[in-house]
Design a protein around this ligand. Structure first.
Ligand SMILES: Cc1cc2nc3c(=O)[nH]c(=O)nc-3n(C[C@H](O)[C@H](O)[C@H](O)COP(=O)(O)O)c2cc1C
Length: 323
């Protein structure tokens, strides 16, 4: 039996909880076992940037996070599920802070590329084997629910979260002006269908017919086409030199207006292997980081670097509340 996990980042029993549960009802009708978690009720701390997880990964010590809170509990729930339904309120045009915190705590220890390398290291050199659940295919669907139409970054945030573990995105919807969304039959039906779609895609994982794509999309994708032909994103970083960079997959190209519609053109042979949501793209990124770390580690161990650091440490310390 497939398992679908619903995650909501809204207020308890608010619009996000309800829309997430509507999707779970759809999934249940397809035969899925469902579970629901409101992540705002959990104790989840911010990533401190210590990088102990990734150092552990590449040194055969597994991929544990040093912060002891509810994060691993919810990650285990995600790992046990075949599919995930996320509902998150739009805050400041983006996904809310709790979603970003979970996204930060995912990477780099849940990065599929890093986990593939770490598994190989553990196999060849011994050490803690990577839990195989981290490398399993999974499908995920996202709904962003807003109180207005300030919503331009939420879908890109959502897909960025799927990019780290390379889970396959089935749908990615934004519902603006949605404070009374449970009274909007069309939106409720859409949420229900999103649950059906994610369950049907999850069934393919269970029966072995699931075909993952090069990146985080495959033939099961039901979401908006978007402007980027590779990753369906509408978010681009326009550079002064005339190039445009897709904020999600990192592909660089040219943004053209053809017959009143934006068309993103790029050199496919050059850029598809670099796409940030793909395994080859992750390996390129990993190599770049390793090279950069090796170069800078030496610089930062020099007496001059240590003296500069000491200058800032000795200048002033961080203030803290008294309580
Ligand atoms: C801090 C904060 C920022 C918000 N920013 C936005 C926003 O940028 N765009 C938007 O459409 N709605 C925004 N909203 C409205 C929320 O998206 C809305 O309250 C939420 O979807 C309600 O969901 P709930 O009933 O599940 O809690 C904001 C709300 C809060 C509290």
């Amino acid at each position: 039996m497939i398992k679908i996990l619903g995650l909501s980042a809204g207020t308890p029993n608010g619009s996000n909880d309800c829309m997430c549960k509507e999707a779970l009802m759809g999934a249940k009708e397809c035969g899925a076992e469902v579970e629901f978690i409101n992540v705002t009720q959990l104790n989840i701390k911010h990533c401190t940037g210590c990088k102990a997880c990734v150092v552990g990964l590449f040194n055969g010590r597994g991929n544990a996070c040093v912060i002891k809170d509810d994060l691993q509990w919810v990650i285990d729930k995600m790992l046990e599920a075949d599919g995930i339904v996320w509902a998150a309120p739009i805050f400041e045009k983006c996904a809310p802070g709790i979603f970003h915190t979970i996204m930060d705590r995912f990477g780099p220890r849940l990065d599929r590329g890093n986990l593939m390398i770490a598994s190989k290291i553990a196999e060849e050199k011994g050490g803690v084997a990577i839990d195989p659940r981290y490398l399993q295919e999974k499908v995920v669907t996202f709904m962003g629910i807003g109180g207005s139409d300030w919503a331009t970054r939420i879908q890109c945030d959502f897909a960025t979260n799927a990019l780290t573990p390379k889970w396959t995105v089935i749908d990615n919807q934004c519902f603006p002006w949605s404070l009374s969304i449970i009274m909007n039959d069309e939106a409720v039906a859409k949420a229900h269908q999103m649950g059906v779609d994610v369950a049907n895609a999850a069934k393919k994982i269970e029966d072995g017919t699931f075909v993952p794509g090069h990146g985080i999309y495959n033939e099961d994708y039901k979401g908006p086409a978007g402007v980027c032909p590779h990753c369906h994103s509408n978010n681009f970083y326009l550079q002064e030199d005339g190039t445009a960079v897709c904020c999600l997959c990192g592909i660089e190209g040219e943004m053209k207006n053809v017959d009143g519609k934006y068309v993103f053109e790029f050199d496919h042979e050059k850029w598809i292997p670099h796409a940030h949501d793909s395994i080859p793209g992750k390996f390129i990124h990993g190599d770049d980081i390793q090279r950069n770390e090796a170069e800078n580690r030496g610089i930062m161990q020099s007496d001059e670097a240590k003296a500069r650091k000491a200058r800032y440490r000795d200048f002033i310390q961080s203030s803290k509340p008294n309580c």
